[in-house]
Each structure stands twice: as structure tokens, then as C-alpha cells.
Design a protein around this ligand. Structure first.
Ligand code: URA
Length: 223
């Protein structure tokens, strides 16, 4: 379940045939989900545009509420084993839940149907680094549809070292190939208040994810 038709979808009256659709169909093929095995639909049935310039916009809450019933009814009648929710609008419209970033990958079971919240392909097009996340979620969708375990993901516990341990921890992480990510308040390094909020590391040595909360006011790590 996606968000709403775009211009191309509206013209041809078919969901997901634009750029997002291309990516979605490419990923579905990669993980071995055949078009005949699934139904692709949108939460909102009309193409939401700004009245003044005709450009695409997000559907409003009112529009989501007005439209989402058609997907809910379809699900009630056909009881699919699993429903993939692509992005915030589908999550809100179908389950009434908010926060796709926190909920992605976490299966919700309702009335015997499994729902898997996933990132929307349009978001992946803007953040291609996350293509593998959507691919993995589609693989999971396939596995769930085949009766796979709902709780197949084990989230490792994240270690947040005290400030005086942080320099040694960082050094030890780099003794082997390491995954490194960091969070900042934006991309402009010259903006006032720019700082490293967290440094996130996972060394291939012990696979323990570590988060160094440098931006926290109580975390005084001078090194
Ligand atoms: N096309 C669709 O049909 N739905 C979306 O959510 C995005 C593009």
C-alpha cells in the first residue's frame, strides 16, 4: 500500500508506474515477488496537488481519512496474509499509527493480518543509501507471506560508554573494519550550533554497536 497516485498514475489509472513504481517493481523482482502474487494499491485514491501551481503535495489528514476505507475494506474482505505499508501515509491511513522511521521493520498483527511498515520508494529515491533497507524489508515481506517467523530480527543492544571510556572505545573499534555513522543537526557545517550529536560505530571485531552521544549536554568528552 502506497501513498497516492502521481501524475502518471492518474493518467493511466494504475498505481506505481512512475519513478517510485519503477524502483518498487525492480526491488520486488530482485527479491522474487511476482506481480501475480500481490496487489498494489494506494491509501489515497486521487492525485493530491497544490491548487495554485498543480505540483504534487502530501495528502492531508482529511484526505487520508476519507480514502483509507477502501484499503481497509479490501483487507477485511480478502484477508491477505501480509500487507506492506509504504511510508507514513499508508501507516497512518491503514493502521492509524504515526512515525514510519521508528516503526519500519516492526511487524504489527491486527485481526489475523500481518502488517510490515516500510520506507516509501520515493524516500529511497532521495536516499539511495537506504535501498538495501527497503530490499531487506521486501525480502521479509516475502518470508512472512510464506509463513516465516514474525520475530526474525534481533536488534543488538547498543552500548553507550561513559565519557571517560569513549576515546578508548573509539580506538578499539577501529582495530578492525568498522561501520561508522554520525548525526548532526543539518548538513551545513558552518551553521551556528552545528555539532556532532552522535557518533555511531560498529566494529567487525566484536559487532557491538556503540553510540557516543557527544551532543548531549552532560556528556563531556574533551578528547
Ligand atoms: N505512485 C503511487 O501510485 N503511489 C505512491 O505512493 C507513489 C507513487
Amino acid at each position: 500500500v502506497g501513498e497516492a497516485p502521481g501524475a502518471q498514475e492518474e493518467l493511466q489509472d494504475r498505481p506505481f508506474i512512475g519513478r517510485s513504481g519503477q524502483l518498487l517493481r525492480e526491488l520486488l523482482a530482485e527479491v522474487g515477488i511476482q506481480p501475480a502474487q500481490i496487489r498494489i494499491d494506494n491509501t489515497v485514491v486521487c492525485h493530491p496537488t497544490f491548487a495554485h501551481n498543480g505540483k504534487d503535495r502530501k495528502p492531508s489528514n482529511k484526505e487520508i481519512k476519507a480514502c483509507a476505507g477502501h484499503v481497509q475494506t479490501y483487507i477485511e474482505r480478502n484477508k491477505p496474509r501480509v500487507v506492506g505499508l509504504l511510508g507514513d501515509v499508508a501507516l497512518r491511513g491503514v493502521l492509524g499509527l504515526a512515525g514510519i522511521s521508528d516503526r519500519r521493520g516492526q511487524v504489527v498483527e491486527r485481526d489475523g493480518v500481518l502488517y510490515l511498515p516500510m520506507f516509501h520508494p520515493a524516500y529511497i529515491l532521495r536516499n539511495m543509501g537506504r535501498r538495501s533497507v527497503l530490499r531487506a524489508d521486501l525480502e521479509r515481506l516475502k518470508s512472512l507471506s510464506e509463513g516465516g517467523n514474525v520475530h526474525t530480527y534481533k536488534y543488538p543492544e547498543v552500548y553507550v560508554p561513559p565519557a571517560d571510556e569513549a576515546p578508548d572505545i573509539i580506538r578499539s573499534c577501529f582495530e578492525a573494519p568498522v561501520g561508522l555513522d554520525y548525526e548532526t543537526p543539518g548538513l551545513d557545517v558552518l551553521a551556528p550550533g552545528f555539532c556532532l550529536i552522535t557518533i555511531n560505530l560498529c566494529s567487525t571485531k566484536d559487532h557491538r554497536p556503540v553510540v557516543i552521544p557527544l551532543g548531549h549536554p552532560e556528556y563531556e568528552c574533551s578528547d
